[in-house]
Design a protein around this ligand. Sequence first.
Ligand code: NOJ
Length: 542
Amino acid sequence: MALQKEWWQTAVFYQIYPRSFKDSTNNGVGDLPGIISKLDYLADLGIDAIWFSPFFPSPQADFGYDITDYGAIHPEYGTMDDFDELLVGCHNRGIKVILDMVLNHTSDQHPWFLESKTSQDNPRHDWYVWQDGRGKKGRNPPNNWRAMVGGSAWEWSDERKQFYLHQFLTCQPDLNWRNHAVQEAMFDHLRFWLDKGVDGFRLDIIHTVFEDKEFRDNPRSWHIFPSDNSNEALLQKPVHTQFLPETIDLCVSLREIVDSYSPPRVLVGEAQGGVHLFKPLYGSSANGLNMVFNFEFSKLPFNAKRFGEVIQSTEKALPDPYWPCYVFSNHDVPRMISKHGNNEQKAKLLVLLLLTLRGTPFIYYGEEIGLQNVNIPKQRRKDPLAHHRVWGIPIGRFFGRDGCRTPMQWTNDDVCAGFSDPPVRPWLPVGNNSQKNVLDQLNDNRSMLEYYKRLLRLRKDSLPLKQGLLTLVEQKNSDILMFERSFGEQSVIVVLNFSSKQKKLEIYHSGNQILFSTHGRQGMLDTGEKFCLQEFEGLIIK
Ligand code: NOJ
């Protein structure tokens, strides 16, 4: 086991969705100066690094995941000077910064695409993935590939008389990574931000960057929706569109780029599927991405056994020097607390789990105040998926992502929650603000916010929790999840009761001091004696 861990292994990351964090210009949309004004709050919370969802110029058709310029700031969010101030502000507070890089696709308004679609022989004709259609008139898609959001992954261009590939929305054409000029251009964008001093990147749907050279059909599958740990969906096995060997080689090249910088930088990949699928992105000798998000937690029911199974399979697949990276919430999935019935006790238990596992935890803005998913009226839905139709069926009601992207709640003002100032209407409605705001929770010992702060402080001072090995401790009781974290001579036990009833258990451990309790319990336990865990209680014991 490597004793010295890198900063990104011991850090707790916090994801900011810039559009929704803090509006400084009072136009209803969050921006960089707004974030700058909240850096002291973040430092006080105790996080170590921030991942910013994209703030580059974009038509905002997919709210920044459709980029038109990878080397500038979207005017609604501020200027490059604002970014520079933000970066210095973070670094001065000991907070690292990673940006969101969308390598798979650009916006269909990107100048490269506008040029590429003009003809079959323009200078950038092969910067995107273009193919002739099938059928007599050539108007049938080149093959059966499906976009991740459903429907064909091919869109006809009347101008060019060919189809272009889009693995996500039609406004997000896939770049042709087999073209070296494309690779170099994108690598230069990465270097631009690394030269500025950013500490790394989160890589958007990195598993989809390359597709089959021969454009072979994907085989059929019975899965309609992606399951817990499989990427089969929409009746296809995406073997020719996801996790290609070339994509893994690309991860190694990207790592070489970031590793040429000092101090060390980090690459975190976003990919669909369970650990057995995304492990190759780490590289065959841990020489690829430093970490890949494990999204399995975000799909699990509230069940100790199921969590234990995911932890076990992740530990097995990612022994040292590989490093796991668990997440519950982000801008694409319902907030963790709402997935579990908006139950604060359950949310406290789950974040205790997240912050005590071996691996790097990511917290999504607002989780620390128990922000819940918001039900957005139809006419105020902004997410393109909320209006998306597959085979004519409006699927948006089920997959719209606005509910987890609502404004951060800073004060107890009901209309804007301190995100903007009334009478401005924030771009998405504010959620139920009663007690779910920073102002009311600061310095209230019983609040979610103070709970997060205590937990983050404890983690910061604990070598076993930050760096130690993890051993699951088998339990007879299926409602209990227990594991040990050990670092050299030091160790702690984490024990979590997933049941709404008290549970008796035996602690087989030499220590008996309660370091932390979801229920605020303090003091000592009698070693070896059976004792009661309260409903949904979690403990860290030394
Ligand atoms: C994954 C991002 O997290 C999501 O928000 C985005 O819509 C797609 N990739 C396409 O870039």
